[in-house]
Design a protein around this ligand. Structure first.
Ligand code: PLP
Length: 378
């Protein structure tokens, strides 16, 4: 067989339109905190159907800001999934809170509402559901639990920009939803993130937190010492995003629906080709949700996963594992999670593998991946 170029598990799609938009900003007066920030925020807010949006420097900063705005602090427990990127629970630690891991549903791989109920204590303050692979969590049930227990819901939508839940878009459902614009995510700004909310009060807190806790807004100043005057009202950070990045984001948003359509088609083809492959479990698909197909996660049941993984990599196929259960990381083990064990998350971790999936993946390259998977699983 001829040399095949390496096929990564994910990849950005940046075209000449995107580049032109970025270059325009470089020639303009504002590189940061200019007009492109609000334009990008407005674009995403309108797309998902949320009232307010705050763009920040990355998806982790978005989660940190959301936890701050939710008032999470020492003594507060926040329930999240262990099958996620570490940022989903690190953000709780940043605020002095305690992440609590609820197990996943073995079918959907998303957080199991039943286990959320079991993990609630008098200290629980919030839930951070993660829409793994772009497939929305059982939000109706999560909202019911939140209402009954007076909890705040912050959705980690890093995988799920454009995904739908019962006729609404992810970003328009909960107190707050965060997105990431890292190159592997649904749309990219290089690095970037955003928090969506319908609450004016949360919105104001998020704005403060993004920029040192400082405001110049006359409506919020505690006094008026003159036209130069500004106030630091809380301890914020410099989590600002640049106009350069937002110009890229605005341009990318124009193509989001095309990206999603291609992802859906690729997922459909994987499904068709791998559903009958004895050793492979394909991802669960529900009628009620419209997945963003950020990842295509299969389970390899009888074959050794490590061997399978290495075989794929040798063939130039960038398979990956999403994710190592967060509590398994040495940092978490050393900080109180030594005995944490989520049965379904562990089972999934043992067998899971992400196949390449991104808008510019050609059907021909996908066929090569499919053939390789079937061969290795045969
Ligand atoms: C990518 C990701 C984040 C963090 O986003 P960054 O922009 O990389 O900081 C958070 N949660 C999940 C589930 C992610 O995949």
């Amino acid at each position: 067989m001829g040399e095949k170029a390496y096929i990564p598990y994910a990849k950005q799609s940046v075209d000449e339109d995107d580049i032109r938009e970025v270059v325009q900003v470089l020639r303009s007066d504002y590189l940061t905190t200019g007009p492109k920030i609000e334009e990008f925020e407005h674009t995403v807010a309108e797309y998902v159907g949320a009232k307010y949006a705050v763009a920040v420097s990355n998806g982790t900063a978005a989660l940190h800001a959301a936890c701050f705005a939710a008032g999470i602090g020492r003594g507060d427990e926040v329930i999240t999934s262990p099958v996620t990127f570490a940022a989903s629970s690190n953000c709780v630690l940043y605020c002095g809170g305690t992440p609590v891991f609820a197990d996943i549903d073995a079918r959907t791989y998303n957080i199991d509402p039943e286990d959320i109920r079991r993990k609630i204590t008098c200290r629980t303050k919030a839930i951070i559901p993660v829409h793994l692979a772009g497939q929305p969590c059982d939000m109706d049930e999560i909202h019911r639990i939140a209402e009954e227990n007076h909890l705040i819901v912050i959705e980690d939508g890093a995988h799920a920009l454009g995904a739908g839940y019962k006729g609404k878009k992810i970003g328009a459902l909960s107190d707050m939803t965060t997105f990431s614009f890292h190159p592997v995510k649904p749309v990219t700004t290089g690095e970037g993130g955003m928090i969506l909310t319908d609450s004016e009060q949360l919105y104001q807190k998020l704005l403060l937190f993004r920029s040192h806790g400082i405001t110049r807004d006359a409506d919020f100043l505690k006094e008026d010492q003159g036209p130069w005057y500004y106030e630091q009202q809380c301890l914020g950070y410099n989590y600002r995003i640049t106009d350069i990045q937002c110009a890229l984001g605005i341009s990318q948003m124009r193509k989001l629906d095309l990206f999603l359509a291609k992802r859906r088609e690729l997922a459909r083809r994987y499904h068709e080709a791998l559903s009958d492959c004895g050793d492979i479990i394909v991802p669960y698909q529900s009628e009620e949700v419209d997945s963003g197909w950020h990842l295509y996660i299969i389970q390899v049941l009888r074959h050794d996963r490590r061997e399978f993984f290495e075989k794929m990599r040798e063939k130039g196929i960038g398979v990956n594992v999403h994710y190592i259960p967060v509590y398994r990381h040495p940092y978490y083990r050393e900080h109180g999670y030594k005995d944490t064990h989520c049965v379904n998350a562990e089972k999934l971790y043992k067998h899971m593998l992400s196949l390449p999936l991104y808008p510019s993946l050609s059907f021909e390259d996908q066929k090569y991946v499919i053939d390789s998977v079937r061969q290795a699983a045969g």
